[in-house]
Write a protein that binds this ligand. Structure first.
Ligand code: ACM
Length: 504
């Protein structure tokens, strides 16, 4: 078994090598050009090989609908001394196979600078590789701390190396709104900036006094979507509602429950009790925002948050109580499910699938795909109820927790430690699930909330190698920790070549 991460389904190494050099030509079947472009792009900096197309090429990339058993993402790769053949049923499978080829080359192939004199040898091998579940995700919170789009592209590059399929971009929260919406320019003009940030965990009394802000342009986000798609990664946007909206309410107070109130973009961490109102204008606002979001993000899944929404304001608002009555709801608390039902229906009518954070596994409208995060039992609850589920259990997938007990770890979300082994040990499919419920588990996903994370270096320190573990388990299902550790030892040379600043 070659030291690949994630572990391939079946792989046999044979003696001998195929040498990639200036004379290597690519024989491309119909539809294989994007995979060839990706291969050239990924090897451009270090190896700079022309990899010209030719009907006589020794290196073939083929799409073959007869290989349906490989699914959307699977691929088959054969490397002989004089020929390489990469085959898949679907273009995404070829992209996954390209990442395997990249990992089979000397680690220096991943370097950002020319590596002259390196023989680019691929070991002879037979690999058939199919992921067990389609959703291997990574969420990055750019609302709490903004990162430039150049870093998001780099982030996607490293996700793609690990065959991560979903980049979940958390674009809005109480502390910042990062996506421009033409009809509501103040969302980013006002909501994109906060005066300062709380220091330390929620509830601390100290602030840094340093303004923080930033927003993407629509063109930057569209370009990111294309960049990720070329690497087989879907960017799933998240726009939080009806809670976690303080930044939007700072921009447009009339969307709240107290139109006369002026609010700042939140400078604190924790759960904020200011939430959206439930009047028609608010639903119109959400639909307008989501229409623009859907224009920019072709993702079949659109995440609308939904979690940590205190209902105190609705209980105290005559207008909200009237709305609850008019909708035949038993109490103002039920406005939460009603609100998300309205939004979910809207997304479904537009041909998209609504996604939310499941607080308990049993409270969101049934047509929501849910990310279960709070309790390890919630995946089973949600799957039995009928939701498609992604397991995001915080004790195994939240990368904002420290990864060791070492007191020298940088400041992190307090409360638990999520070490590498816990991530690899996390089984997304609950033990007690029957076949129907198990079939609804789409996969698993890592989360990086960034209250305490301001720099790319810190993001990478928290993300790697834990995301390697999540990718390994999520793609292959392997439970073999020792085998993962030994593959990871070789894999870190690749992370080194890429300049990823991982946790030692
Ligand atoms: C969450 O951790 N707020 C989903």
């Amino acid at each position: 078994m070659p030291a690949l991460v994630p572990r391939p389904t079946e792989a046999t190494l044979r003696p001998g090598h195929f040498a990639l050099d200036d004379d290597t030509e690519l024989h491309l079947g119909p539809g294989a050009e994007p995979a060839a472009d990706l291969l050239r792009t990924l090897l451009a900096a270090a190896a700079g090989l022309p990899l010209r197309p030719s009907p006589d090429g020794q290196f073939t990339l083929t799409l073959d609908s007869g290989l349906g058993n490989l699914g959307e993402e699977g691929y088959a790769l054969t490397i002989d001394p004089h020929a390489v053949s990469l085959r898949a049923a679907h273009p995404t499978g070829l992209l996954r196979g390209i990442q395997t080829i990249r990992q089979l080359l000397p680690a220096r192939a991943l370097s950002a600078s020319p590596q002259r004199g390196t023989p680019w040898l691929l070991p002879c091998a037979d690999i058939t590789d199919v992921p067990r579940r389609p959703w291997r995700g990574a969420m990055l919170d750019v609302a709490r701390h903004f990162q430039p789009v150049s870093y998001l592209r780099r982030y996607v590059d490293v996700l793609a190396l690990h065959k991560i399929s979903v980049f979940h971009l958390h674009l809005t929260d109480d502390q910042g709104w990062r996506m421009p919406v033409a009809a509501y320019p103040k969302l980013t003009e006002i909501g994109g900036h906060r005066a300062e940030s709380q220091q330390g965990p929620a509830g601390s009394g100290t602030y840094d006094g340093v303004p923080h802000g930033g927003a993407y342009t629509r063109a930057e986000l569209s370009d990111l979507v294309r960049y990720a798609a070329a690497r087989g990664v879907t960017v799933m946007p998240e726009i939080e509602m009806p809670g976690h909206v303080r930044a939007a309410l700072a921009a447009y107070p009339h969307l709240g429950n107290h139109p006369e109130r002026t609010l700042d973009v939140w400078t604190r961490w924790g759960v904020c009790d200011t939430v959206l109102g439930v009047h028609d204008e608010v639903l119109d606002f959400c639909r307008t925002v989501l229409d623009e979001v859907m224009d920019v993000f072709p993702s079949p899944y659109i995440h609308v948050g939904g979690e940590e929404c205190p209902t105190t304001e609705w209980t105290h608002s005559a207008a909200a109580r009237e709305r609850a009555t008019a909708e035949g709801l038993p109490n103002p608390e039920a406005l939460h499910g009603w609100f998300l039902g309205q939004i979910g229906d809207f997304l479904l009518r537009r041909g998209r699938r609504p996604v939310g954070w499941a607080e308990t596994g049993a409270e969101l409208p049934l047509d929501f795909t849910v990310l279960t995060w709070r309790d390890s039992s919630h995946t089973l609850t949600a799957a039995r109820r009928g939701h498609p589920v992604v397991s995001a259990y915080h004790r195994a997938t939240y990368l904002d927790y420290a990864q060791s007990e070492d007191p020298l770890e940088p400041p992190a979300q307090p409360g638990t430690v999520v070490d590498l082994r816990a991530v690899h040990a996390h089984e997304p499919v609950p033990e007690d699930a029957d076949a129907d419920a198990a079939g609804r588990v789409l996969g698993t996903q890592a989360q990086l909330w960034t209250e305490f994370v301001t720099t790319p270096a810190h993001i990478e320190y928290l993300t790697y190698p834990r995301l390697c573990a999540l990718a390994d388990r999520g793609w292959s299902g392997t439970t073999d920790w020792a085998d993962f550790r030994s593959r990871l030892d070789e894999h870190t040379a690749r992370l080194d070549a890429l300049g990823v600043r991982y946790h030692p």
